[in-house]
Design a protein around this ligand. Structure first.
Ligand code: ZN
Ligand code: ZN
Length: 393
């Protein structure tokens, strides 16, 4: 039976407000207790990736009198598509799939497309001109914590692993907060992360420091044409939500609005509380630019440093490590060896002394009924009595 890509676009029925975890399969622990497993988080489908639902029309180039050579034309088309991808991420995805349908291992840096990301870094230097104030630095810290929580708690533990449940409305709210971190949409993030767990430290793992080197695992891999599209085959349970598809396709919208909001906050504070010593530009630089760049690289350490430095409590089939410093920096994600050992649990610090701020925040949200069914770590799994290797159930 052939796969119908348009099936991804069917809207949810009106009563589909509550987001239930997708179909689970059971596995049995040595003590005989059944432990549910989220299939999508553990075993991404290997069925063919569907055609891009909203693939744009091909960009036509070339004048009537001097038709360019095919080589020139493909270069211009690629450059224009790279620019278009700043605003519409689906502008290039279809072309990439056609150009390299079976060569995802090929890694080509897409310099034009990553220009905004490079400028984001360079723009932090404008701090020389705007200076600092306690309130601007405080807002930067607050934005870091809020967005790190959205990335680790929701982009990772919810969208990628479904380690707890939530409503459709609240998942969208947290997707919005996560999208403001400039780490693209939740579909792209989750699809690549699920593939990481599926292929950890194998040649197919696109951000394995063991396979591709440290800097490539940290930041190089996100700059390539091949890793730019969302792997819809890995997130079939999420792609049915149009609001998530919107965030994925137009991933520049939320970060731009966040930057504007920071600027306006500074303008308002300058007007109503001039003694704070801030203004629009200063708040933009600290509250958005610096906070976003630091947040991005802190997140990236889990792909790079967490597979290089730290201790290994469990003999997983990859190079994942537990690193307290990274756990502090990323609000709990540094217990990465724990996580590779058992992906299904909401918490990544398995013992009380393993600091996991994201988990504590999620527990608080559960008190208010915003999320529920947080999945624990079975004692047998935590104590390593389930044999060697990664425990994915
Ligand atoms: Zn994970
Ligand atoms: Zn990992």
């Amino acid at each position: 039976m052939s796969y119908d890509p348009t099936s991804l676009l069917q809207p949810q029925s009106d009563d589909a407000v509550s987001v239930e975890a997708p179909r689970t399969v059971g596995s049995r622990l040595p003590n005989g207790s059944a432990e549910p497993v989220h299939r999508a988080a553990v075993e991404p489908s290997d069925r063919p990736v569907p055609e891009h639902p909203y693939a744009p029309s091909p960009i036509v180039t070339g004048g009537p009198t001097a038709p360019p050579s095919p080589r020139q034309r493909s270069g211009w088309v690629r450059a224009l598509r790279s620019v278009a991808a700043w605003f519409d991420t689906w502008a290039t995805a279809d072309a990439i799939k056609r150009a390299h349908p079976h060569k995802r291992a090929v890694q080509r840096v897409e310099w034009i497309r990553i220009l905004p990301f490079a400028l984001l870094h360079l723009s932090c230097l404008t701090v020389i001109f705007v200076g600092w104030s306690p309130v601007a630095v405080g807002v930067a810290l607050g934005m870091y914590v809020l967005r790190m929580f959205a990335i680790t708690g929701f982009y990772h533990r919810y969208f990628s692993h479904k380690s707890f449940k939530s409503s459709r409305a609240f998942q969208f709210v947290m997707a919005l907060v996560g999208a403001s971190a400039t780490q693209r949409g939740p579909l792209w993030w989750a699809s690549h992360h699920r593939r990481h767990h599926q292929n950890s430290d194998k040649p197919e793992d696109v951000h394995s420091p063991k396979q591709h080197g440290f800097w490539w695992s940290h930041v190089g891999w996100i700059s390539t044409r091949e890793n730019f599209p969302t792997d819809f085959g890995a997130v079939r349970d999420l792609v049915r939500y149009p609001e998530l598809r919107f965030l994925d396709r137009f991933d520049i919208v939320v970060p731009t609005l966040t930057g504007v909001a920071m600027f306006l906050l500074g303008v308002v504070l300058e007007a109503v509380a001039p003694s704070l010593g801030t203004n629009g530009w200063q708040m933009l630089v600290w509250g958005f630019l610096i906070s976003t760049v630091v947040l991005a690289h802190a997140t990236f350490t889990i792909n790079s440093l967490s597979h290089v430095f730290g201790s290994r409590r469990y003999e997983t089939t990859d190079t994942s490590r537990n690193n307290p410093l990274l756990a502090l920096l990323t609000m709990g994600e540094g217990w990465h060896n724990n996580h590779h050992h058992y992906q299904a649990s909401t918490r990544q610090g398995f013992y009380w002394w393993e600091f996991d701020l994201t988990y504590y925040g999620l527990v608080v949200l559960s008190w208010f009924g915003l999320i529920w069914d947080l999945r624990p770590v079975p004692r047998e799994v935590r104590d390593g009595r389930v044999g060697r290797g990664s425990v994915r159930s």
